[in-house]
Design a protein around this ligand. Structure first.
Ligand code: ADP
Length: 516
């Protein structure tokens, strides 16, 4: 513990050292301190050479950089640090000569360590003279710049290697200060031709006159970024569609020092996009036209079918009356002919009904609710002709529900089951099996028969209206049943397809969204 007097002494301001500094008497100004400084500079090799180039001092930085201990190198000539070629070319002597003549020599290049490895050095040699001018020797300072040089090379190489992008920099005013090979490729100017010129010459006359170059730099400088697309002009006057990014470059204090600019030629992409857009527009127009034509056609066929119904019924009804009331008075061939008329009218009636059903499916709103697959299948089976109804097997888990319209689903299943029962070789007892299973978020219903089957080449077209593979005499029908199935299932958000082996049988599948 010091006395109170000591304490006061310690807080009293000391006399300013400035006077000492001016007189050159401050402790920092002793030669010893300079030596200490040299000793502690471990990032720099700092050593002295005699007028002949003999190493006279060696600091720890020099030892670290060059690997020689002071006792190994002091007294040796400094040419030990140079390659054989450089020694033969008298490079060490020439450096000292320059320093002797002009006072200083500076250089960057490879220097060698004791073990022969090299490093990239920044070297300064200074002549040390007496006040009288007499040369005392040289001071040499070396910095290891290997890392920095490599980083610079990597950076330069990276920018140079990019040929798809024009990468260049501008000063604050928009004058070009660097130019990579991508810029040369895209804009056709060499670096020599363009560095120093203003970047506005890449703009079209209109854009330049509208002050666009200044505007984009202003945006980049004020918002920190500019991005845009537009026409630019190459050296030969040709234009290209460019995508541009401009970033302001600032120094550590935030002062704007220039801009970096990355430009890409995206003319091909732009043209392709234009083409695609053009095709898409055309396609849209054509689809709309076709949809309108289709709708018109359907409306027309619907009204025709509708209007055909009553004359048809009249033909059927009156012929029937003639047959019943006057059949006995007619000659046999006339009866047979009139029976043909009734048959044809009945068939036409069926056709018209089916067509109307098909047309209606395209127009009505289809309301969807959870529907039991087993329930809809049972309802479909009940509509089957009693004579063959018993030939249908049903194995469906009653808990399976689909999102569907019960009437539409029942009609589709009815069509598939009746087809399955119909397309059997003559004389063979038909059998149809209906089953269902869950498949992820869907339920797949399968209607399987062991009938005549379908050739692979017909598997697609049988779902189109009026597409039939057999004569009406062999297998009566209208050719609309499967078209109704396809339209109905598709409108309920499902899909339908078939697998078949001719002579073995067919499996029709309906997939619908599960409702639970
Ligand atoms: P239709 O049964 O009235 O002829 P569809 O549209 O229901 O019309 O069927 C179209 C055609 O597809 C049928 O004519 C037939 O050739 C073929 N087809 C449909 N279902 C089967 C099946 N289960 N087995 C074999 N062929 C079938």
């Amino acid at each position: 513990m010091g006395s109170a007097k000591d304490k006061i002494e310690s807080i009293r301001p000391r006399p300013s050292p400035v006077a000492d500094i001016v007189k050159g008497e401050h402790p920092l100004q002793s030669e010893r301190v300079f030596r200490l400084l040299a000793e502690n500079l471990s990032d720099y090799a700092l050593f002295l050479l005699t007028t002949e180039g003999i190493v006279a001092s060696w600091n720890p930085g020099a030892q670290r950089m060059k690997q020689y201990k002071p006792q190994e190198i002091i007294g040796k000539h400094f040419s030990a640090f140079y390659s054989e070629d450089e020694k033969a070319a008298k490079k060490p002597d020439k450096e000292l000569e320059v320093a002797r003549e002009v006072g200083r020599y500076e250089d960057e290049g490879w220097r060698y360590r004791k073990d022969g490895t090299r490093f990239w050095a920044n070297v300064v040699i200074t002549a040390i003279r007496e006040e009288t001018g007499e040369l005392l020797g040289f001071g040499k300072i070396i910095r290891d710049m290997t890392d920095r040089r490599e980083a610079e090379i990597r950076h330069r190489f990276l920018i140079e290697a990019v040929t798809d992008y024009a990468i260049y920099s501008l000063d604050r005013h928009g004058n070009i200060t660097s130019w990579n090979s991508g810029a040369e490729r895209i804009k056709k100017y060499t670096a020599d031709e363009i560095i120093g010129k203003h970047f506005s010459q890449f703009y079209t006359k209109e854009d330049a006159e509208a002050g666009l170059p200044a505007k984009v730099l202003h945006t980049a400088a004020t918002t920190g970024h500019f991005e845009g697309e537009g026409w630019r002009v190459r050296k030969d006057g040709s234009r290209f569609w460019s995508s541009v990014v401009i970033t302001p470059l600032r120094d550590e204090t935030g002062e704007l020092v220039g801009f970096s600019k990355i430009t890409r030629d995206i003319t091909d992409r732009m043209r392709l996009q234009e083409k695609i857009q053009h095709h898409a527009d055309e396609l849209e127009v054509r689809v709309a036209e076709r949809e309108r034509a289709n709708a018109e056609l359907e409306a027309f066929s619907y009204s025709v079918s509708h209007d055909l119904r009553s004359p048809l019924r009249a033909i059927e009804g009156f012929t029937d009356v003639v047959l019943t009331d006057y059949g006995s008075q007619l000659p046999e061939p006339a009866v047979a002919l009139l029976q043909n008329v009734v048959q044809a009218a009945t068939r036409m009636n069926r056709l018209v009904e089916d067509l109307l059903n098909y047309g209606r499916l395209g127009r009505i709103q289809i309301e969807k609710l959870p529907v039991s697959v087993a329930g809809a299948t049972k309802a479909a089976i009940e509509q089957i002709d009693e004579a063959v109804r018993g030939k249908v097997g049903l194995s469906i888990d009653p808990s399976l529900l689909v999102f569907a319209n019960v009437a539409t689903l029942t009609q589709c299943l009815f069509n598939l089951i009746s087809n399955g029962l119909k397309f059997y070789p003559p004389g063979q007892t038909p059998h149809v099996e209906v089953s269902a299973r869950r498949d992820g978020k869907s339920i797949i219903v399968e209607v399987k028969d062991e009938g005549i089957g379908i050739e692979p080449k017909h598997l697609e077209r049988i779902f189109q209206v009026f597409e039939r593979l057999h004569s009406d005499r062999a297998y009566p029908g209208t050719g609309i049943g499967l078209a109704i199935v396809k339209r109905g299932i598709t409108r309920m958000g499902g899909t339908v397809w078939v697998e078949s082996t001719p002579g073995k049988g067919s499996r029709f599948y309906v997939s619908l969204p599960a409702a639970s």
